[in-house]
Design a protein around this ligand. Structure first.
Ligand code: SF4
Length: 698
């Protein structure tokens, strides 16, 4: 029987950034979607519905281990604290690093960030969210002055046109896609465009699918901007009142060669007609935009079009970044990226640093941005990092050039991992393993893609000696000499401190403000219902209109104006004869990241049982391979052996491979060992969809 709403525990799904509310009653009962949660209104996708199938103690890390031997918590924490302190004393604060995760709860993330930036004094804390949405953060900051998501999920249902750009939401954000499909069915005039080199399950909903050349998005949005200007479709009043940079952006846009999109003139014209002709447009974008060596420019190309037409911050319109992970947004809010300070404040701004240091009453504060993910593991490889703590993530599988990342971790003199499972590719490389509490066992908050803060609540006993991540971090901070600053007794106390810190938004005129939640009692925190930020303290007017930012301007650059950027799309890269394929990696519908959870469910694993290489029939004929035969995939950095899936949904010259499988689950199919570690120069986000490859029959 499904849990009834009254007796169930209200929590949230730990997978994607949609952030669905879940009703749970125990490990032996199926979960249900929470009808009262604004993100999903009772819906769940296949992954969420199978959550209790992924629980259980098989493979759990239940006790601390040091050098392969079981250890007491005290001995393990003493060792971690002393080794980090020693590295800082001998080599300076930048000789240590944390690599954390969008799986962490906001309270965990806050404590990790405070320990590294405010007490150790380095900004060397980066996160696997760097792989997911760093280009959106950079694009937002360049356009708006802060990392602000302007709109709400409701906008998808209110739009006349939704443009899914580089997003297979049907598989990667399924419940939001279900909401979109339901809105489309209820409003026959609503239109959907899908821009993606592949034809995916999301394309099936679209009125127009544009099989764009990989990374052709920046050129396409430039062509749209030029057309907006040519047709006089700009919102002149909005531009005059709120936006700088229009002329330069349009001049750059006019120089764009349509061939860079790989689309026909008719397709480009139809896209422009539909976009310009629909007042209420939402551009929903995800990893096809972000995971690119020009991801930040793509984001700004999209935002340019919305700013030029004033289609932002009002119902049914705006650019909308879909985050991959359940708490990528919470991580951004606490400053869990190496180039951010807490509460959307800037490391580069001395006044911001002073204010945060003052609020924390900390001995130091980081002075400059730290190492972003790819650079961080480079620093591990070349000996700059002496102590590394990896929390709740598996970079030896998920990072680009993953084999090299595994070697880099192995070179660090002192390594720690906190995780719920004992035997990941990364855990095997670490000297100290600390057992963390998992979903259903720990409590805290998360923020989803539409700025909605929700509680995750425990409904299961904590197994073995596992502890909440925030508590483990605080206990190390106390042992490093800062017992007062890390002396919280509950996650509610951590949240109150974070919420109070966000009150700095008022002094600095920033967007992220949840100071209205700073005085929650433990009981009120426990009962907290989903709430969209900003939530300023009583007496302060929120900078939003109907929950949305920027409908009436109010940007965060000096002068309160937004900035359009001139975008120069990358040159068309013709495939080299030796490397004729472009490797595109991504997710399948029923697995999550490196399958440490979803791999436990036979039902989920039954959808797609093994990694595969999806290629076009013409390419299959060229290399002489038949459906379901094996192909060897090779790039300059690595190799994989994969079963071939021949489909006219693939674009000629491209190969799509899902990224989930590990050394345990498919030793020869770990595709991230073959992904080049190129990054967007602005955001540092890896171009996980951009490696040149070749294929041959195996
Ligand atoms: Fe979980 Fe995302 Fe599915 Fe919702 S859409 S149930 S958050 S995986």
């Amino acid at each position: 029987a499904l849990p009834d709403a009254e007796r169930a525990i209200r929590t949230t799904c730990p997978y994607c950034g949609v952030g669905c509310g879940v009703l749970a009653r125990g490990a032996d009962q199926p979960v249900a979607g929470d009808p009262a949660h604004p993100a999903n209104r009772g819906r769940l996708c296949s992954k969420g519905a199978a959550l209790t199938e992924t629980l259980g103690l098989l493979g759990r890390l239940l006790h601390p281990h040091v050098d392969g031997q079981r250890s007491s918590w005290d001995a393990a924490l003493d060792l971690v604290a002393s080794e980090f302190s020693r590295a800082v004393a001998e080599h300076g604060p930048d000789s240590v690093a944390f690599y954390v995760s969008g799986q962490l709860l906001t309270e965990d993330y806050y404590v990790a960030n405070k320990l590294m930036k405010g007490y150790i004094g380095s900004a060397n804390i980066d996160t696997n969210s760097r792989l997911c949405m760093a280009s959106s953060v950079a694009g937002h900051k360049r356009a708006f002055g802060t990392d602000t998501v302007p709109g709400l999920y409701d906008d998808l249902e209110q739009a006349d046109l939704v443009v899914l750009t580089g997003s297979n939401a049907a598989w990667c954000h399924p419940v939001l896609f279900q909401r979109l499909a339901a809105a489309r069915a209820a409003r026959p005039d609503m239109r959907v465009i899908n821009i993606d080199p592949r034809r995916t399950a999301s394309s099936d909903l679209a009125d127009l699918h544009l099989s764009i050349r990989p990374d052709g998005d920046a050129a396409l949005y430039n062509l749209l901007l030029a057309e907006i200007a040519a047709r006089g479709a700009v919102d002149a009043d909005y531009l005059a009142a709120h936006v700088d940079g229009f002329d330069a952006a349009v001049t750059a846009a006019r120089a764009t060669d349509p061939a860079e999109t790989g689309l026909s003139p008719e397709e480009i014209a139809r896209f422009c007609d539909m976009w310009i002709g629909a007042e209420r447009v939402v551009t929903l974008y995800s990893q096809g935009v972000n995971q690119s060596s020009c991801g930040s420019d793509k984001v700004n190309g999209i935002v340019n079009c919305h700013l030029a037409t004033g289609r932002i911050g009002r119902p049914g319109m705006g650019p909308f970044s879909l985050t991959g992970q359940p708490n990528a947004m919470g991580g951004r809010e606490v400053g869990g990226l190496a180039n951010m300070l807490a509460c959307h404040l800037d490391i580069e701004d001395p006044a911001h640093r002073d204010a945060v240091q003052g609020a924390w009453n900390s001995p130091v504060i980081c002075q400059t941005p730290g190492l972003k993910a790819v650079d961080l593991f480079d620093a591990c490889a070349d000996g700059r990092i002496k102590a590394l703590w990896i929390i709740s993530t598996n970079p030896a599988v998920s990072m680009p050039d993953a084999g090299r990342v595994a070697e880099a971790i192995a070179r660090v003199p002192f390594t720690v991992i906190s995780d719920i499972v004992s035997d990941t590719d990364t855990a095997r490389l670490c000297r100290v393993q600390l057992p963390a509490a998992g979903w259903g066992e720990k409590s805290g908050t998360v923020t989803n893609s539409e700025r909605c803060i929700s509680r995750q609540r425990a409904f299961l006993p904590v197994p073995g000696e596992a502890r909440a991540d925030w508590r483990i971090l605080a206990q190390v901070g106390a042992r490093m000499g800062w017992a007062d600053a890390f002396g919280w007794t509950s996650e509610a106390a951590v949240f109150r401190e974070f919420a109070a810190l966000s009150g700095l938004a008022e002094a600095f005129g920033r967007d992220f403000d949840i100071s209205g939640l700073a005085d929650l009692s433990d009981a009120a925190y426990d009962a907290l219902k989903p709430v969209h930020w900003p939530v300023p303290r009583a007496g302060r007017t929120p900078p939003t209109t109907a929950g949305r930012f920027f409908g009436a301007g109010g940007f965060y650059h000096p002068g309160g104006r937004a900035r359009m950027l001139p975008i120069t799309p990358p040159q068309v890269q013709l495939a080299a004869a030796d490397w004729p394929f472009r490797l595109n990696t991504g997710r399948v519908r029923d697995h999550w990241h490196t399958m440490t959870r979803t791999g436990r469910s036979a039902r989920l694993s039954g959808h797609i049982a093994e990694p595969y290489a999806e290629i076009h029939p013409d390419d299959a004929a060229m290399i002489g391979v038949a459906d379901a035969e094996l192909v060897g995939l090779e790039t300059e950095t690595g190799r994989a052996v994969l079963r071939v899936l021949i489909s006219d949904r693939a674009q000629r010259g491209t190969v799509f491979v899902p990224m989930h499988w590990t050394a345990e689950t498919a030793p020869s199919g770990r595709v991230n060992r073959a992904v080049r570690a190129a990054v967007d120069p602005v955001s540092g986000q890896p171009a996980l969809k951009g490696s040149a490859a070749r294929l041959r029959r195996w």
